[in-house]
Write a protein that binds this ligand. Structure first.
Ligand SMILES: Nc1ncnc2c1ncn2[C@@H]1O[C@H](COP(=O)(O)OP(=O)(O)OP(=O)(O)O)[C@@H](O)[C@H]1O
Length: 523
């Protein structure tokens, strides 16, 4: 009797895919159909494979098995799906032949009674996970507040905030992820979230993929840059609620690091990782070779995938590189996509050509006039090479005006001293004031031009910003203004000699050298 009922359902129920113009593609029970850019779908999208999706309908149980087999990323209900993986969906779900394009509804006619409910059911059902309760190690908290299932800590006046789920434990293998564009995307489709509720998981099976990692012994950690909420208590509260909701949705013990200020904690600088390593892993040593990091700021160029913009930065890729972690983009990690080309910063701090400083043993009195952009290393050169040899340091930042610099130069030459004028001195006009003094005192005036490239200057400025909070950060505008004003120094201006000063790396501390040799700029 049951058998007959089933048979009659199979005969009477049909399954088809319904396009946005109400066009129908019939799926016959238990007959594999391969669809893509073909006459049946009439899709002409050149980015779509001819054989993109395998579909197999089972009208008896009201289910279509969908398996992406083409190179393009397909989707179900707005989520990307992984190539060669089978997804079983029911009546009302939406198949996108290319993620976001060529949408078809799965229709069973008539639907099963309980299938009608299935229409609105999201693909990301909260997985039921029973995870073991681990004992917590001893941790020191600066300032701690309690929230749902975890704690929040503020570090260094909220330059960094950390959420720790109550069941977290220290582990040697770290699976680390960026949040925006990696774990979540905006629900609204806007580039930036409108509020703390404007998010959905980036891929439907993220909870399952992270669960598998967790069960394989990985600690799950998120690292995110969030400078837009720094010093804004309302936005920070909203962000914290959002993080708690993301962790709840994934239902795993997760630790979340959010860099609010543009300091050592902001990726690609390694501060967040160092806190994890030294303070927040319960004393368990991290195995860098077994750990990895996934992020979308990967330096990929425009059209790295159809109609995709250039990545907004390289911060995630460089963060992983600085720490020595394996790196994947979200597409590589979650969708198993092949790596695509990307670009690296023009300046590599590990790639400094060997060089040595010029001779500066000049007969006093004489004048050295430095020429170099902000961060080119003029002051460092003066401090390490000239001042120990008794040179008088004349600098506009410390004296306040060029008039005071001229006065100090006159006084020092009067005292038969060697002097160095340590200003940017980009053009003839700025230099002429000091050349005139040297002429008047009938002493040699040498021009020392820093040969540091612009990207290298930017790196030095960032390094100074991260290591010396007393120095006012130099903006890109100031560096560009120097670049625009710059006139190559000429002997005809009144110099006896023009000497190029190469960049010779010298470090007082091992930690400084380590940080200097990391990628510090985001682009
Ligand atoms: N030779 C060097 N070796 C290692 N670090 C250096 C070297 N030269 C400069 N730096 C670092 O680069 C940063 C910028 O250098 P410095 O302050 O000397 O630049 P500057 O040209 O004097 O800039 P400004 O015109 O803005 O004062 C500093 O943090 C400094 O420590």
């Amino acid at each position: 009797m049951i058998h007959l009922n089933r048979l009659s359902i199979m005969i009477t129920r049909r399954c088809y895919l319904r396009g946005t113009a109400n066009e129908k593609i019939e799926l016959v029970h238990n007959e594999l159909k391969i669809l893509g850019r073909d006459p049946e779908t009439k899709i002409q999208d050149p980015f779509l494979s001819k054989k993109q999706l395998e579909c197999l309908a089972n009208v008896e149980i009201g289910e279509v098995s969908v398996k992406p087999i083409g190179q393009t990323v397909s989707g179900i209900d707005g989520y990307a799906i992984v190539k060669d993986k089978v997804y079983k969906i029911g009546h009302g779900h939406k198949i996108e032949f290319r993620l976001g394009f060529h949408q078809y509804d799965v229709i069973f006619e008539p639907p099963l009674d309980d299938e009608k409910e299935d229409v609105a059911e999201p693909l990301t059902k909260k997985p039921k996970i029973d995870f073991p309760i681990f004992s917590k190690g001893k941790m020191k908290y600066d300032k701690m507040t309690f929230s749902d299932n975890g704690t929040w800590e503020d570090i260094d006046h909220k330059e960094l905030i950390i959420y720790t789920h109550e069941n977290i434990d220290g582990r040697s293998k770290i699976a680390a992820f960026d949040i925006d564009g990696t774990i979540i995307k905006t629900k609204s489709g806007a580039r930036f979230p409108k509020d703390g509720d404007d998010w959905v998981l980036n891929y439907s099976d993220i909870p399952q993929q992270l669960k598998a990692l967790y069960e394989d012994g990985y600690k799950i950690v998120f690292f995110t840059n969030q400078s837009a909420i720094f010093n804004d208590s309302f936005k920070t509260k909203d962000f914290k609620r959002k993080v708690e909701n993301i962790v709840k949705k994934i239902s795993l013990p997760i630790q979340v690091y959010a860099a609010l200020a543009k300091t050592i904690y902001r990726k690609p600088a390694p501060g967040m990782w160092n806190v994890l390593k030294t303070k927040k892993n319960d004393g368990t040593e991290i195995d860098v070779n077994e750990s990895f990091y996934v992020g979308d700021a990967a330096g990929r160029e425009k059209n790295w995938a159809p109609k995709r913009n250039k990545d907004h930065s390289k911060a995630d890729r460089l963060f992983a590189l600085n720490i020595g972690l394996k790196f994947y983009t979200p597409e590589e990690y979650f969708l198993k996509a092949k790596p695509v080309p990307y670009s690296m910063p023009e300046f590599d701090p590990c790639d400094l050509a060997p060089a040595s400083y010029p001779d500066v043993n000049f007969k006093a009195p004489s004048v050295i006039l430095m020429v170099g952009g902000p961060g080119s290393g003029k002051s460092y050169f003066c401090r390490t090479l000239l001042l120990p040899k008794g040179y008088i340091h004349i600098n506009r930042d410390t004296l306040g005006s060029w008039q005071k610099c001229v006065k100090m130069l006159e006084d020092s030459l009067d005292k038969k001293k060697n002097c160095v004028v340590d200003n940017t001195n980009p053009d003839r006009e700025a230099r002429a004031r000091f050349i005139e003094v040297a002429k008047r005192f009938k002493v040699m005036c040498r021009c020392f031009v820093m040969s540091t490239e612009y990207q290298h200057m930017k790196h030095n400025n960032k390094f100074r910003e991260l290591t010396d909070k007393s120095h006012v950060p130099v903006s890109e505008i100031i560096i560009n203004s120097y670049k625009n004003k710059f006139e190559e120094p000429q002997i005809s201006e009144g110099f006896q000699e023009i000497i190029k000063v190469p960049f010779v790396p010298v470090f007082d501390k091992e930690d400084d050298e380590k940080l200097y040799k990391m990628f510090l700029l985001e682009k």
